[in-house]
Write a protein that binds this ligand. Sequence first.
Ligand code: MN9
Length: 290
Amino acid sequence: MKKDLKGIFTALLTPFDEHDKINEKELEKLVRFNIEKGVSGFYVCGSTGEAFLLSTDERKYVMDIVKSCAPDKTLIAHIGSVNEKEAHELAEHANKLSYDMISSVAPYYYKFSFAEIKGYYTRLAQSGGLPMLVYHIPAFSGVNFGVGELREFLAEDCFAGIKYTSNDFFMMEQCKSLFPNKLVYNGYDEMCLAGLSMGADGAIGSTYNFMADKFVKISKLLAEGNVESARHIQTEANRIIAVLCKIGVMMAEKEVMNQLGFDFGICRKPFARPTEEQKSMIAKEIIPYI
Ligand code: MN9
């Protein structure tokens, strides 16, 4: 069966139990819940999955769990790390598990030159055995690629495309039209319709953990040419996302899952736990609208 490379991909959250250990059962439940909502696949251990707060072994363990409960879905392993050795180890693991793609943020913290960053990506893409999806997220990584730089990646066969988390849709459209055969995934859920209508092949996002169905609908409606109805659903979703942003997206999303009946625990420190006031905001302003 050929895998679906288009559509909606959930950037999975990582549930922790009361001892701060990965909660395998809840993660499996989350994967099944999203499959039922019609997602095409999963982005595993990205920013949303608290990748940078997990050990190498924990990241591998999450990859194992997701592969075993979603073997037929398109699986993208985020293997990014400023420690390139770790990134290689994770890429090898993803390859061993037959993931479909690897993906990475730009190496962060130090101000690496573009040549150094390109070296990092190219070594991983050439040696990992899996095509690389460049994770462009300047607001978090501090690395702001321009079209010229992104096209240097896209011109190479070992690069699958870009996970594009930026609101510069002019640049996104230029990448897609220069390389129509490469994949471009929209990254900001609150602009999903904008990204898809400017040519993105699909969307990868964190709020899909609990409302993937809204975005599966947006993408179907757009494909049918029904922009008005698609925009209506995007507006509904954005009312929810605005509340998440006010609280702090990561910790708010885990609390949403908890209030929906999952047992996701809290984000790892230094993230704070939600206050009672934030919890009641979620109960009143988010849960009834999911
Ligand atoms: O790229 C996610 N980005 C981050 C994906 O988490 C940094 C998005 O799904 C956002 O969480 C979401 C809310 O701003 O759009």
